[in-house]
Design a protein around this ligand. Sequence first.
Ligand code: MG
Length: 273
Amino acid sequence: MSAGVVAGIKSFSTSGDPMIDVIRGTADGADLSYDGEHYRLADVRLLPPIVQPSKNILCIGKNYLEHAAEFARSGFDSSTNNQTDVIPDAPIIFSKAPCTMVGAHENIAPPWGITQKVDYEGELGVVIGKAGRSIASRDAYAHVWGYTVINDVTARDLQSAHKQWLLGKSIDTFCPIGPWIVSADEVEPENLELQCWVNGELRQSANTRDLIFDIPAIIASISASMSLSPGDIIATGTPAGVGIGFDPPKFLQPGDKVRIAIGGLGALENTVV
Ligand code: MG
């Protein structure tokens, strides 16, 4: 592949999702260079780079040691009663509905009537290129098309109350994603600096080398159960520094600006309304 950065484009789709068409057409390493019309970044509104994945966004819970510990201490973790042995034996997999996705500069709009405990989670997103089932760890990177930035926004009160995390994770606008996808040949996924700020205050700072379950392990685990398809999205987990990691917790409020940047992948900046 030659071009490193591809944003969501509304035209020339055959499948209903133009980016997935691009991924299908280039998953085997075909040239990504683009000879169509060009636009200035400042003149376009960035959509989520993928809008119709084949399934929910697949997410990994508690995949950085210090975050696993802060979550266990917080009292919101319905996945364990154990605050001392916090590392999961197997990846914790949950999902977010695709209707949660918004672009890199769109608003996060919580329904304040049902949640007052809204939290941010900066994460590396993996985009699948080549379809597969029962993918071996050693083959996993051959199935990755590219990488992006994700904010796994979470209603902690719903996550706790419903035990299953789906509703607290799947509120509309609770998955800012983008600003684009960077193709895998441009990225060193096991050495990426991730940072998250709220209103300019640095809250999360980590490196993807500290993932408990790395990308090959995650892909092997998920694909042992379900087929992965081009354009499927995996959020690899968040590091320490989320709102519930503070005492008292620092939940998001209307007007807050959340910025998440990953080295080489760009940044999301979304306002809570
Ligand atoms: Mg998360």
